[in-house]
Design a protein around this ligand. Structure first.
Ligand SMILES: [Ca+2]
Length: 228
């Protein structure tokens, strides 16, 4: 089994066997055969205390994105990042002709837990993107933007960074936080938000959240992709 890999996304740092790879948009490569191929995607929650909402994973072409760091979030990313609701994003991605497969995981991921689902890719739809909310935040989500694997690579491991969707102010007020111990999904802070998707700077000790309990440090999830 070949454990080499390459990370193409504009956003994601990927760490394999102790090495860290950053965006490399030049050396894009494709799955090793032209027909559909199944890949097993395993997501592990690496935070100490944050529950990850049910992840959504899509395979797609170069011509579309699930989200674009630096740009405004779609309504689907907003619902996912503020309420852990992946249904709007699943609908919009399913309606996109540049998308081959849309997979929603069957449930939330507790800290330390792993879950595996299968995703189909082909030569044209050679990118994987995925997202899931850190539920005890205003609007933080882990995301992978347009990951791909080298031809002939059978398995790869990536670590997913955490973004702020830019759609809700980071008041850290439990009134607007869906995750435990608050459970206030669907209630949103109306203060002006940041306006674009950017790297989250974590928990700062706003009105309801202590960083010592709820901050995650850096990456939120380990992503293992394995060709079946
Ligand atoms: Ca925010």
């Amino acid at each position: 089994m070949n454990n080499l890999t390459k990370a193409l996304p504009l956003c994601a740092a990927a760490a394999i066997a102790g090495s860290v790879f950053f965006a490399d948009a030049v050396n894009a490569d494709v799955p090793s055969a032209s027909g559909p191929q199944m890949f097993e995607v395993t997501i592990t929650n690496l935070t100490a205390t944050q529950i990850l909402s049910a992840p959504i994973v899509t395979s797609h072409s170069d011509a579309t994105r699930m989200f674009v760091p630096g740009m405004a979030a779609s309504s689907g990313i907003q619902a996912l990042a503020e309420d852990g609701d992946n249904s709007i994003l699943a609908m919009s991605m399913s309606a996109d002709i540049e998308v081959l497969d849309v997979v929603t995981f069957p449930g939330n991921l507790l800290p330390g837990a792993s879950m595996t689902m299968n995703v189909t890719m082909d030569t044209f739809h050679r990118h994987l993107s995925m997202a899931s909310m850190l539920v005890t935040t205003n609007d933080a989500f882990f995301g992978i933007d347009s990951l791909t694997m080298d031809r002939g690579v059978d398995s790869a491991v990536f670590f997913a960074p955490v973004f702020d969707s830019g759609t809700e102010a980071n008041s850290e007020d439990g009134m607007y936080i869906p995750g435990p111990p608050f459970g206030n999904g669907g209630s949103h802070d109306l203060a002006p938000a940041e306006g674009f998707i950017h790297f989250s700077s974590g928990i700062h000790g706003g009105s309801s959240l202590a960083p010592s309990e709820w901050d995650w440090g850096s990456y939120a999830a380990r992503i293992e992709v394995r060709r079946l």
